[in-house]
Design a protein around this ligand. Structure first.
Ligand code: ARG
Length: 463
């Protein structure tokens, strides 16, 4: 580790260099170098504003901006040497600026502190990632819409308690996830609009005595407005927490879908198959095809939830305004953003790649007396029974069929009438899975007519 004399960074107050271990615990450059682009963007805007307000002269501002652009190019080309002795991205950039343009570099930090600087950088970074994640989520939803269109009348079992409950369609199941990811999308959008205010110019915590224009830098950086309270501006990380919470919830949705893919791809279910592109083999069992990608997406929710819990715990009980504890915010957010993007991309690939097996799904949908509710509904409709009485009578018929080891539709009319005297042949009609699905045409139900209109709606929303 290259060690600078401390006074080089902290000025006159310090005469001794830090312990190695102090530097190790204090430095954030290994991870916050990821903020370099946002850091330079913020500095460019700040320097230009200082010149416009007459706080620094135009020549210095020009030199500063030119130097900053050169630094950005150096970092991008991999030619920049980051130093732990300089702690973080802000000090690394400023120190390099001094090497390039000399003492004028010292004017950049007028009317600014690293406290408002890092809060600004970090908001810009999170905002960018929200935009990227949102685009990826839309791609994932489009992959679901394609599956839904294929499966508009392909019947599969709907489950409760993972027990066969009532028949639904593949399209209906896919569209359930479109709704979930749609809410994730809007959650990220909400977080974005709340976080889109500029902390820049709050300085260390109290504002500044220089005649700065925070509205101009806010506008430059694409923020809606400057944050109204300088203490709040430098000390809250609720925007990062909201991002982590939205990522966690989205991760939980992905995890549930991943779990379904794992179950459906097992030979026992056989509802779907992944191509070789999304399967792995076993090093010992030659016959195996494993859904590793789905399992990993299922597991990533653990990391996402962990990051949220970690930052909530860091922030809890911190007094205003800035405390160094808050430096611990970045790795959690970086990891969550990377993890979520990877998980969404992997899920999108799997959804696009998988091949459903309509015969297996239909056969499973018919098993387990899944249309018993349809028969009970028929008794209510045609014989004016109360639903409770119809439920009891149908239960007796299911028991009778179970004892005879046959389907409900295979019971003789005489057997059925022994339980429900008014029952006629027509009742058998409602026992097919096709009829069951077709009949559930209430708003939001599984009937193709309903699901088709939801697909249309989402197609136009995602355009
Ligand atoms: N690296 C620091 C962080 O991420 C930057 C802000 C430092 N501010 C300070 N007062 N020491 O939080």
């Amino acid at each position: 580790m290259k060690k600078n004399s401390s006074s080089e960074i902290w000025g006159g107050r310090f005469s001794e260099a830090p312990e190695d271990i102090m530097q190790a615990v204090n430095a954030s450059i290994d991870f916050d170098k990821r903020l370099y682009r946002e850091d330079i963007e913020g500095s460019l805007s700040h320097a230009a504003m200082l010149a416009r307000q007459g706080v620094i002269d135009d020549g210095d501002a020009e030199a500063i901006c030119e130097g900053l652009r050169q630094i950005a190019a150096e970092i991008e080309s991999g030619g920049f040497e980051f130093s732990s002795a300089l702690e973080d991205i802000h000090m690394n950039v400023e120190a390099r600026l001094r090497e390039i343009i000399g003492p004028a570099a010292g004017k950049l930090h007028t009317a600014r502190s690293r406290n408002d600087q890092v809060a600004t950088d970090f908001r810009l970074w999170v905002r960018n990632r929200i935009d990227r994640i949102s685009a990826k989520l839309e791609g994932l939803m489009l992959a679901h819409l394609d599956q839904a269109e294929w499966g508009i009348d392909r019947i599969m079992p709907g489950f409760t308690h993972l027990q066969n409950a009532q028949p639904v369609t593949w399209a209906h199941h896919m569209m359930a996830y479109v709704e979930m990811f749609g809410r994730d999308l809007s959650r990220f959008g909400d977080a974005r609009s709340r976080m889109n205010e500029s902390p820049l110019g709050a300085a260390a915590l109290a504002g500044t005595s220089f005649p700065i224009d925070r509205h101009v830098t806010a506008r430059d950086l694409g923020f809606d407005k400057p944050m109204a309270n300088s203490l709040d501006a430098v000390s809250d990380r609720d925007f990062a927490l909201e991002f982590l919470a939205a990522a966690s919830i989205c991760g939980v949705h992905l995890s549930r879908l991943a779990e379904e893919l794992v179950i459906w791809s097992s030979p026992q279910f056989g509802f779907i198959a992944f191509s070789d592109k999304f399967s792995t083999g076993s090093s010992i069992m030659p016959q195996k095809r494993n859904p590793d990608a789905a399992e990993l997406v299922r597991a990533k929710a653990g990391r996402l939830n962990g990051s949220l819990a970690a930052l909530l715990t860091v922030m809890k009980g911190l007094p205003l305004a800035y405390s160094k504890d808050m430096q611990e915010d970045k790795e959690q957010v970086f990891d969550s953003a990377d993890t979520l993007e990877l998980a969404i991309d992997a899920m999108r690939g799997m959804i696009a790649d998988l091949t459903p097996n309509p015969e297996r799904m239909r056969a499973a949908a018919a098993a387990g007396y899944s249309t018993a509710t349809d028969l009970a509904d028929w008794l209510v409709r045609e014989l004016s029974m109360s639903f409770r009485n119809a439920h009891r009578a149908t239960g007796q018929l299911v028991k009778m069929a179970e004892d005879a080891n046959v389907e409900l539709a295979d019971l003789s009319l005489a057997d059925m009438q022994s339980v429900c005297p008014g029952l006629v042949e027509d009742a058998r009609r409602v026992l097919t899975v096709e009829n069951s699905v077709e009949s559930r045409a209430s708003y939001g139900g599984t009937a193709p007519v309903q699901v088709r209109s939801q697909i249309k709606l989402w197609r136009s929303k995602l355009k």
